[in-house]
Design a protein around this ligand. Structure first.
Ligand SMILES: NC(=O)c1ccc[n+]([C@@H]2O[C@H](COP(=O)([O-])OP(=O)(O)OC[C@H]3O[C@@H](n4cnc5c(N)ncnc54)[C@H](OP(=O)(O)O)[C@@H]3O)[C@@H](O)[C@H]2O)c1
Length: 311
């Protein structure tokens, strides 16, 4: 499939553009606010692509699918434009900042008969299906910690007007894990946030998601702490610990309780796996299922709404 990219930022350059080729597809056009500047580094080492504006990508007759890697608040308008222009769309997370907007996107994808997918690459790594298939009884206690240290006020994560903040940026992975393992939204949620005094974004968010008073997921995410990620999933009859749950290194090492029999996982590029699945769905004309995306977005909004905030 021939891809165009909107926004030549870090994730597009370092992960998705290389993964398009690794998955056996072709990158034909890149849209940037400053295409001339963006051209320089890429063209030294890669096959030439067309450099243009965002609209130029959508108008390019060769482009079949568009990958959107723009700041969070620009995901909805550009996804709508790309669908209207007749393209399949792979949009970065969070695809929308409200469930109502997920519904709008879903309706637009159905009307255009194009495939739309939120780029939660983690779901395409086999460790997640293996985790869900474990015979450990009910999940009791799920724990996620995820942090990095980014104090650049110009970064999109530190700009409230662009949908920045720790909860939208990385809290979404904790909430996704809970929805994925439990198969539904939590019954109740709690949240504490520390907001930056000047930027207004949440720089630390801690939350709890409860299902039926039987299962709790606790998470702590931060944009101003040492770079780290970990997850622990404790069931009635066993536990699993993942040292890098969202960016697993080769062979995705995990530790688990005695008696569990977890497979040795293959070395997988989860971005290429996502592209492979995306294209397969687009080519078969399978309808876009945005149920999980909608649920996660709704829970993130609930967490923001109940958050007790400190500055
Ligand atoms: N799935 C993942 O693993 C993953 C990881 C990181 C980020 N993400 C998501 O990917 C998206 C992009 O993240 P990133 O880390 O690549 O960010 P980034 O490096 O800041 O890139 C964002 C790009 O958006 C474009 N842009 C348009 N309007 C902008 C504005 N007002 N301010 C700044 N940039 C603007 C710019 O591209 P041009 O200048 O070329 O137009 C910029 O390079 C976010 O939605 C983020 O949540 C996903």
């Amino acid at each position: 499939m021939r891809f165009g990219v909107l926004g030549w930022g870090k994730i597009a350059r370092t992960q998705l553009a290389p993964a398009i080729a690794q998955a056996g597809h072709e990158l034909v056009a890149i849209g940037s606010r400053s295409p001339m500047a963006a051209t320089l580094d890429w063209n030294e080492t890669h096959a030439p692509v067309r450099w243009t504006s965002y609209d130029g990508v959508l108008e390019d007759p060769r482009v079949e699918a568009v990958y959107i890697a723009l700041p969070n608040t620009q995901h909805v308008p550009w996804t709508l434009k790309a669908l209207a222009a007749g393209h399949h769309v792979l949009c970065e997370k969070p695809m929308a900042l409200s469930p109502a907007d997920v519904d709008r996107l879903s309706q637009a994808a159905h009307a255009a008969q194009r495939h739309l997918h939120e780029a939660y690459m983690v779901l395409h790594h086999p460790q997640w299906a293996a985790l869900k298939a474990l015979d450990v009884g009910a999940w009791r206690h799920l724990q996620v910690a995820f942090s990095y240290d980014n104090r650049d006020p110009a970064n999109i994560r530190n700009q409230a007007a662009l949908g920045g903040g720790a909860l939208w940026d990385i809290g979404c992975y904790a909430v996704l894990l809970g929805h994925w393992l439990m198969g539904r939204a939590p019954d109740t949620v709690r949240c504490h946030q520390t907001r930056h005094p000047d930027w207004g974004t949440d720089i630390h968010s801690q939350g709890e998601l409860h299902w039926n008073a039987q299962t709790v997921l606790q998470f702590s995410v931060s944009t101003q702490a040492a770079r780290q990620q970990s997850a622990l999933a404790v069931g009635e009859r066993g536990w699993v610990a993942l040292d890098a749950p969202f960016n697993p290194p080769p062979r995705a090492p995990w530790r688990f309780s005695e008696g569990l029999d977890l497979p040795c996982l293959p070395d997988v590029n989860q971005y290429a796996a996502m592209l492979h699945d995306f294209v397969a769905h687009a080519q078969t004309g399978a309808p876009s299922d945005l149920g999980l995306s909608r649920g996660v977005t709704d829970t993130l909004l609930r967490l923001h709404a109940v958050a007790q905030t400190r500055i």
